[in-house]
Design a protein around this ligand. Structure first.
Ligand code: SAH
Length: 259
């Protein structure tokens, strides 16, 4: 029997707001297999950051009945464009990094994603390149990292397999969400700052730290990484970011008056 050609082609959009972001994927077959893994789990919003070979017949072939996910995929030039409107950003990684980041296991990731998705938020989950994963810079844009536990000898899953595991956990959390929603810190009186708001804030902060001679770009050490990690851990809301931007502007005005 052919694979599953008799299934409806329409995406059911079970989980709007969950955005799978594939960064600089080399092999179009992986894009197709990832689209299929997504649609099998009711996830349909796919963003491709600078894919190496796309559009591609191979991607459509491997997607089988998820060709609609490929056709509606959004292609963007960089990761900032992919996540600008998202309030929760999660990066997937097979490796530990030098500065440890707040971690989630796949199950906790699924539950977190569903709590936010059910509250109407846009969530992005980032997947890296086949040969070298996500860059440190990309990982540092994330609130959390998720690592899929593996055997010790080989920790790197095929890209589409990793998408499958994460989307599976998201769907499981959705199916049991009546007991999972409405827990403490996920209820907040203000919308959280989006990734785009955070990038503008970090740019403004970096410039100000340089202006007041606190930060030396010639000798950066890990300062900006640690500051990013702190703010991503706090997860400021939009009001808080406006306050901080206002404060930085006041500092800028004072320093520009100095002789
Ligand atoms: N060689 C790369 C791995 C790339 S695998 C590296 O060392 O980083 C392609 C992508 O699949 C990764 O960037 C990540 O998004 C996902 N992935 C693979 N294995 C994973 C794991 N064990 N946990 C979480 N994500 C994983």
């Amino acid at each position: 029997m052919s694979d599953d050609k008799n299934e409806p082609e329409e995406a059911d959009d079970l989980l709007p707001g969950v955005n799978i972001v594939l960064i600089e994927t080399s092999h179009p077959g992986n894009i197709g297999a990832a689209a299929r893994a997504m649609k099998n789990m009711g996830v349909t919003q796919l963003t491709l950051v600078n894919p190496k070979d796309f559009p591609s017949d191979q991607a459509v072939f491997r997607a089988v009945s998820a060709a609609d996910v490929i056709e509606s995929a959004v292609v963007v030039p960089d990761v900032d464009a992919a996540i600008a409107g998202c309030e929760l950003v999660i990066g997937t990684s097979a490796r530990d990094r030098r500065i440890p980041w707040p971690m989630l296991d796949p199950r906790a990731c699924g539950e977190k994603v569903i709590r936010e998705q059910a509250a109407g938020k846009q969530v992005a989950i980032l997947f890296g390149r086949e040969d070298r994963g996500l860059t440190n810079e990309e990982l540092q844009k994330c609130h959390f990292h998720v690592n899929i536990p593996t055997g010790k000898a080989y920790s790197s899953l095929n890209l589409a397999m990793a998408v499958q595991v994460i989307c599976y956990e998201i769907l499981q959390a959705h199916l049991s969400k009546s007991s999972a929603i409405n827990t403490d810190s996920d209820e907040w009186d203000m919308p959280f700052a989006t990734a785009g708001d955070m990038e503008h804030f970090f740019t403004h902060l970096e410039k100000t730290l340089i202006d007041v001679n606190f930060h030396d770009p010639a000798n950066p050490r890990q300062l900006l990484t640690r500051i990013r990690r702190m703010f991503n851990r706090i997860r400021p809301d939009q009001m808080e970011i406006n306050i901080l931007r206002g404060f930085l502007t006041a500092v800028n005005e004072q320093t520009s008056k100095l002789p």
